[in-house]
Structures are given as C-alpha cells and as structure tokens.
Design a protein around this ligand. Structure first.
Ligand code: UN1
Length: 487
C-alpha cells in the first residue's frame, strides 16, 4: 500500500508523528493509500517554509504570479480525466460530476490568473487641494486553507487560486476523507513551478493539524469550508486572524402553482440527489404549493424509482455512494427520525446491503417545517416535502432555518420571482433552476449560520485573501490638515 507524504518547503516528507491513516474508496471500502497523520511539529515546519518563501513570492508582480496560475490551468486541462477518475475513486461522485469538479478548478485558476492584471484598488478625490487618495491591495501573509471532501479538487482550488494571486504563502489541510485528491492537485501546482514553500500541504486530523493552524501566531488568515460546529470553533480560537467561512445549508426549492413542473422535476432531482445530496448547496427541502403537490409527488416518485445507485465510474450510475460509514448512519438516523416525527415516507429510506456506503434516495412528504428533518443538515439523499398555500408562506418557511446558503423558486410569475430575490434570507437565489451549480466568477457564500459574511470566488475571493492599504499622497509642499483644521 502506497504511503503518501506531506509537502513542505518543496519536498515530500513524512510526519514527525510516524503515524498514518487510510483513505477509502467509498464504493468498495478498499483503502486507496496511507497518509501522514501529522502533528503540530509538522505545522511548525510548514509555517517556517511558508515564511521563508513569502518575501520572494509577494515581490513578484501580480501579472507574473498569474503566469504560474495560467500554467496550472493548462496542466489541469491536460490532467482533467485522470483527476476526475481519481476523484471518483476517493470521493465517490459520478464521473461526469467529477469532471465538473475539475472544470471548476480550471475555471477558478483561469479567473484568478486574469485577476493578476487587475487586483484593483481605487482612487477618490481628497477633500484638500494637491492631495491624492488611493487604495492598493497587499497579501495577508501566511494563510491556512482547511478544505472539505465533497469538492476535493474544486474547493481547494477556490482558495488556492485567489490566495496565490494575491501573493500569500499557503498551508493546505485537506479533509482526511480525500487527501489524495489534494496531493495530486498540489503536485500540479509544483509542476507549474510555484516556488518552494509557497504552497505546503499537511494531511491529518482537524483536531491536531486544524487546531494548530487555527491557533498559530504566524498565520494571519484561515479559510474554511465545512461544518457549522467547526466554523464556530475556528471563530472562538483563531484570535484576530481574518477568517473566511463557508458552512452548511438547508436549502429549499420553492415550487409555485404556476411552475413548469417538468422543469422543476429535473431541478429537484439534480439538486437533491446530485452528488448524493452531499453539496452545501444541495436541495433538502421542497416547499410546494398545495394545489400541485400531489401531481408533483407522483412525478417525483416515478423518476426517483429509475435512479440507479452504483460506482461513479460506471456509465449507468446516477447516484454514487456517500463518503463514509458515518454518513450512511446519519442519513439512516434522519430517516428514522422523520418517521418518528410523523412524516410520510414516499420512497427509499434504507442503506444498500452490498459493499460500499450506499443509501437509497429518500423522500418524505407531509413534513412540518419545524420537524428536525426539515431543520437540520443531513448531507445525504434525504428530501422533505412541505406544502404551503401562498408565496408569503413559502418564503416564511424557506427562511425558517438557521442557515442561508442557496435557494430556488420555480414560477412564471415575476412578482413571485422578485419576492424570492428580495425576501429569501440566503446568499444565492436561483429562479427556475436548481440550488446547485454556482459559477466561479460570482460570489459564493451565505447568511446566518452559513458563515461570517465573507464570500468566496469571483472578485470577493480577492477580498478574502488581500488586505487593503489606503494611500494619502500630499504634493502641496505644506502641512494640510483634514477635517477643516486650519492652524
Ligand atoms: C459546496 O458544496 O460547498 O454550487 C460547493 C455548487 C458547486 C459548489 C458547491 N459549484 O453546487
């Protein structure tokens, strides 16, 4: 069994702990490799390496840093199929979705490479004569990126690309469920010639490696995608670091009485069962007008029956496995809870008995919006249908959750659409499309417990990974005092 190493200061090295852990193929439960179960000492080494590299890297003009990012984009294109196959093996998502995941990485490196020739500050008039005011962007320093398993190439890339173009040095800690995807991504960054020590990768537990990164004095920013619980831990323990958080969602699709039901059906299947429900943006609640609910339920049951579970590498598979045994137990726990709470199970509700972490696509109806299955993030293929009487009730139910990442409404009515745009408490609202499929040049993130107000990707990704400096340049040759002070 191959043992993979950490990448520190441009070298592949073993952890000081001498311990390893396994990453399993979720479709077969077979280990795909051993990985370093790193400790605080490894974090120290990575911080030293990042510190050493920072000056040289941040001194490169940003358009020159961009050249590395364009090369990474090209290498990702060359390796797209290989990386997607690897991703299916380690994470389980179906091949076409894995290709999409790698494509998202390609897109963000391309976008952020373009930022190398922008990284805009602004100029604005001074209140005084012969004085010039402007802002510029500077890197933050050493930044820690802590990434999840559900987009094991795309999400590290969402963070790496802006962090690098802004001139930061980076320590990446990937999820212990998908360390190999991160290693292969970092190999590509290395092949593109990123200078030694600028990108470091440490595998290991959140408890040990994550905590060491979050609390380290020399690390000035942490970007994290994952659970609300860990997000709260980071907020409590990171001190005065700049923190970017992308946490959970309990996203809803609203279907109004005038909706194109065929179109809504496709959107629900894609949003609820795509990636086996394991996206922060996944739709886990359908909020539907009572007059079309019965008809839509029948359509949904018929289509769900046809979905085939299996290995993501098989062409006939619609739904891959969940990430691990715990995820299967969680989906099953919520199914049993839904039954206890009095919801009606329409279809699914069981793990498969075969090898692999498979769970049937599961749909509940007659769900009351206060039930725990309609309130808590399940991160599996378990969907709740809630009936409503009008648009105001739909929006109230939609907002009656702790988080607010994505949302969607199916309607032909402009007033309904604009009510959704203006009144739904979420970072993203789709009209006549599912809750998933965000594009990299637009801000990504959410409100309430989904985060702390930061947005990833697009221009906002630059804001996450840079500091603004304000410049006052006085060319009057005398001391001018602002705020009207004359002597
Ligand atoms: C996530 O699940 O954290 O919008 C990210 C989407 C994807 C990204 C999901 N582009 O569904």
């Amino acid at each position: 069994m191959k043992a993979y190493k950490n990448f520190i200061g441009g070298r592949w090295i073993s952890s000081n702990s001498k311990e390893t852990f396994d990453s399993l193929d979720p479709a077969t439960e077979v280990s795909i490799g051993k990985f370093q179960d790193s400790n605080g000492l490894d974090v120290e080494l990575a911080v030293e390496a990042a510190e050493k590299s920072f000056q040289e890297w941040s001194d490169f003009p940003a358009p020159k840093r961009a050249e590395f990012l364009f090369r990474i984009r090209d290498l990702l294109i060359e390796n797209k199929e290989r990386l997607a196959r690897l991703e299916v093996k380690e994470m389980g998502k179906v091949y076409k979705e894995a290709l999409g995941d790698v494509q998202e990485a390609i897109d963000i490196f391309e976008y952020m490479a373009g930022e190398g020739r922008r990284l805009f500050g602004f100029t604005t008039p001074s209140e005084l004569k012969n004085k010039f005011c402007a802002t510029i962007r500077r890197p933050i320093g050493i930044v820690a990126l802590i990434t999840p398993w559900n987009f094991p190439i795309a999400i590290p890339s969402w963070k790496l690309a802006p962090a690098l173009i802004c001139g930061n040095s980076v320590i990446l800690k990937p999820s212990s469920d998908t360390p190999l995807c991160a290693i292969e991504l970092v190999k590509i960054l290395n092949e593109a010639g990123i200078p030694k020590g600028v990108v470091n990768l440490i595998t290991g537990s959140g408890n040990t490696v994550g905590t060491s990164l979050v609390t380290h004095q020399k690390i000035h920013a942490v970007s994290f995608t994952g659970s609300v619980e860990t997000g709260k831990f980071i907020t409590k323990n990171a001190g005065l670091k700049k923190i970017g958080l992308e946490l959970g969602g309990k996203n809803a699709i609203i279907i109004m009485e005038d909706a194109n039901l065929e179109l809504a059906l496709e959107g629900v299947l894609w949003g609820a069962f795509g990636t086996t429900g394991q996206r922060c943006t996944a739709a886990s609640r359908i909020i539907i007008h009572e007059t079309v609910a019965k008809k839509f339920e029948n359509m949904l049951i018929n289509s769900t029956k046809k979905l085939r579970l299996g290995s993501g590498l098989s062409k006939t598979t619609d739904i891959g496995p969940l990430i691990n045994r715990k995820a299967v137990e969680k989906s099953d726990y919520y199914t049993n809870l839904g039954l206890k709470e009095g919801a009606k199970l329409l279809i699914g509700g069981k793990p498969l008995s075969s090898k692999g972490f498979f769970y049937q696509p599961t749909i509940f109806t007659n769900v009351n919006h206060n039930m725990r299955i309609a309130q808590e993030e399940i991160f599996g293929p378990v969907l709740s249908i809630i009936k409503i009487k009008n648009i105001d009730e739909a929006i109230e139910v939609c907002n009656n959750i702790k988080q607010g990442l994505s949302s969607s409404i199916y309607t032909e009515n402009m007033q309904y659409a604009f009510k959704a745009i203006n009144k739904i408490d979420s970072g993203i609202t789709y009209i006549n499309s599912s809750t998933i499929g965000a594009e990299v040049h637009l801000p990504f993130g959410g409100v309430k417990e989904t985060g702390n107000g930061t947005r990833e990707a697009g221009w906002t990704g630059i804001e996450e990974f840079s500091e603004i400096k304000t410049i006052y340049l006085d060319y009057s040759d005398k001391l001018q005092k602002a705020q009207g002070i004359t002597d």
